[in-house]
Write a protein that binds this ligand. Structure first.
Ligand SMILES: *Cc1c(COP(=O)(O)O)cnc(C)c1O
Length: 428
C-alpha cells in the first residue's frame, strides 16, 4: 500500500495536506508515511510467518533515526554497512544483537565497534576480510560470529549498477570456491561460523532470480548445517517496488491493483517459503527499498518555465543533489501535481533541477499536468535511496524530512542552515 491520495483537490499523505505542509516547511521537502512503512513491515513478516524469520532492515535505504526507531519497535533487526550505521541503529533503539554487518570493506575501527556492540553476524565478503576479523577479534580477546557472503552467479535482471550476484560483481565469494573458504575460516581460532549470506541485487521485479539462487545454494546450506551447525541463512534484500502508475488507482485499491505487477509479497512468500522451510534454520531477510520506497515523496516547487525551440523545461527547486536516482541509475519517479489534475491542461515537458549538470533531470519528454511557477509537485516513491544519498553539491542545504502519522506531521530532521554548510571548515 501507500498513503498518498487526493482529497478535496489536494494531494495528501495520510491525513496531511502536502501543500499546507510545504507552506510551513518550505521545499524541497521529504515526506514519509508511517502507516506505509509499518504496513510493509507487517505484510512481509506475515508472509514469512511459517519460518523462523528475522527481518534485518537494510539501514542504508533510509537511515533517519525515526524510521529506524519505528522499525525497531516492530521487531526489526538491521543490516548495517558501516560503523556510522551501527551508531545510528543503537541511537534509534535498535538491538545490535539483531544486526548483521555487511560490506566489502570493513575497517579495523568498524570491526572493533561491531565486536564491542555484539553484532549478531559479520557477513564477510572475502577471505582476506575473514582473516582480518579473526585478527582483530583475537587482539580484543573475543570470538567474532561470521557468515560468508556467497556470490551465486545468477542474473538478477536489474540495472547493472544494482546487480550484485554475478561473478563479475565485486560482492561475495564465488560459489565455486565458497566451500574451501568455509574450511579455512573454520580453522581460525577467533571466528565462529554462524551462517551463510547472499544478496543478488536490488529492485528485482520477478521472484525467479531469488528462486534460482536459493535452489542453487540450498544443498550447500544443508552441508554447512551438518558440518558447522550454522544457525541462519540470509537471502538478502532486493524485493523490487513499483515506480510507475503508483497513484493511478487510488490508495485503497492500490495494493490490490498491484496483483498483476511483477512482484508481490504473496508471490515472494509462496515461492520461497516452501524452499526455505525444510532447512530448519533461521531465515534472515534484508529488505531496504521494499520497506520504505513507496512510503516517501520529495515535494518540490516549480521556479520557472523555459520554452526552448525543441523542448519545454520546467525548472524546479529540487536537484540531483537531493535525489540522485535518475542521474545515477536512470531511476524513474512518477510525478504528481499537488493540486489535483483535471486532465485538461497536460503538456509534454522536461522536469529539471538547477544544478549545472546535464544529468540533473527528473523527467524527460513526459506528459504532465500544466505547471506554473509556484505550483508544487511530488516526486513519488522517493523514500528509499533518496535523502540518504543527498549531498551538499552546489552548496545546497539538505532538505528537511517529515514523518506523517495520521493528521500529525513530525519534523524528523530539520532543514540544513547555511551555517551547517560550512560546519567544520576553517580558513587558513
Ligand atoms: C543494499 C543491500 C540490501 C538492501 O537492498 P534492497 O534492494 O534495498 O532491498 C540488502 N543486503 C545487502 C547486503 C545490501 O547491500
Amino acid at each position: 500500500m501507500h498513503s498518498f491520495h487526493y482529497e478535496n483537490g489536494a494531494l495528501h499523505c495520510e491525513g496531511v495536506n502536502l501543500n499546507t505542509l510545504a507552506d510551513e516547511q518550505g521545499t524541497p521537502l521529504y515526506v514519509y508515511s508511517k502507516a506505509t512503512i509499518v504496513d510493509h513491515y507487517r505484510r512481509l513478516a506475515a508472509g514469512m510467518s511459517e519460518l523462523d524469520c528475522q527481518i534485518c532492515y537494510a539501514t542504508k535505504a533510509n537511515s533517519n533515526l525515526s524510521v529506524l526507531n519505528l522499525l525497531a519497535k516492530e521487531g526489526a533487526g538491521f543490516d548495517v554497512v558501516s560503523g556510522g550505521e551501527i551508531f545510528r541503529v543503537e541511537k534509534a533503539g535498535g538491538a545490535p544483537g539483531k544486526c548483521t554487518f555487511a560490506g566489502v570493506g570493513k575497517t579495523r575501527a568498524e570491526i572493533e565497534l561491531g565486536l564491542e556492540k555484539g553484532i549478531y553476524s559479520f557477513n564477510a565478503e572475502s577471505e582476506a576480510e575473514v582473516a582480518f576479523i579473526n585478527q582483530v577479534a583475537g587482539e580484543l580477546g573475543k570470538v567474532a560470529p561470521i557468515a560468508l557472503r556467497v556470490n551465486p552467479n545468477v542474473d538478477a535482471k536489474t540495472h547493472k549498477y544494482i546487480s550484485t550476484g554475478k561473478s563479475e560483481n565485486k560482492f561475495g565469494i564465488d560459489f565455486e570456491v565458497i566451500e574451501k573458504a568455509y574450511e579455512r575460516a573454520a580453522a581460525l581460532p577467533n571466528v565462529k561460523i554462524r551462517g551463510l549470506q547472499m544478496h543478488i541485487g536490488s529492485q528485482l521485479t520477478s521472484v525467479k532470480p531469488f528462486v534460482e539462487a536459493v535452489e542453487k545454494v540450498r544443498p550447500f546450506v544443508e552441508a554447512l548445517k551438518e558440518k558447522y551447525n550454522i544457525e541462519f541463512f540470509s537471502i538478502g534484500g532486493g524485493i523490487g517496488i513499483v515506480y510507475e502508475d503508483t497513484l493511478a488507482s487510488g490508495s485503497d485499491s492500490w495494493w490490490e491493483a498491484q496483483e498483476e505487477k511483477p512482484l508481490t509479497i504473496e508471490e515472494y512468500a509462496s515461492q520461497l517459503v516452501p524452499l526455505l522451510k525444510p532447512l530448519g534454520l533461521k531465515i534472515i531477510l534484508e529488505p531496504g527499498r521494499f520497506m520504505v520506497g513507496n512510503a516517501g515523496v520529495l515535494i518540490t516547487e516549480v521556479l520557472y518555465e523555459k520554452r526552448g525551440s525543441a523542448k519545454t523545461f520546467k525548472i524546479i527547486d529540487a536537484a540531483m543533489n537531493d535525489l540522485i536516482r535518475p542521474a545515477l541509475y536512470e531511476g524513474h519517479h512518477d510525478i504528481a501535481r499537488l493540486k489535483e489534475p483535471t486532465g485538461e491542461d497536460n503538456e509534454i515537458v522536461d522536469i529539471v533541477g538547477p544544478v549545472c549538470e546535464s544529468g540533473d533531470f527528473f523527467a524527460q519528454n513526459r506528459e504532465l499536468p500544466g505547471l506554473d511557477a509556484g505550483d508544487r509537485i511530488a516526486l513519488l516513491s522517493a523514500g528509499a535511496y533518496g535523502f540518504v544519498m543527498a549531498s551538499n553539491y552546489n552548496s545546497r542545504p539538505l532538505p528537511a524530512e517529515i514523518l506523517v502519522d495520521g493528521e500529525q506531521a513530525h519534523v524528523i530532521r530539520r532543514r540544513q542552515t547555511m551555517d551547517d554548510l560550512v560546519a567544520g571548515e576553517v580558513i587558513v
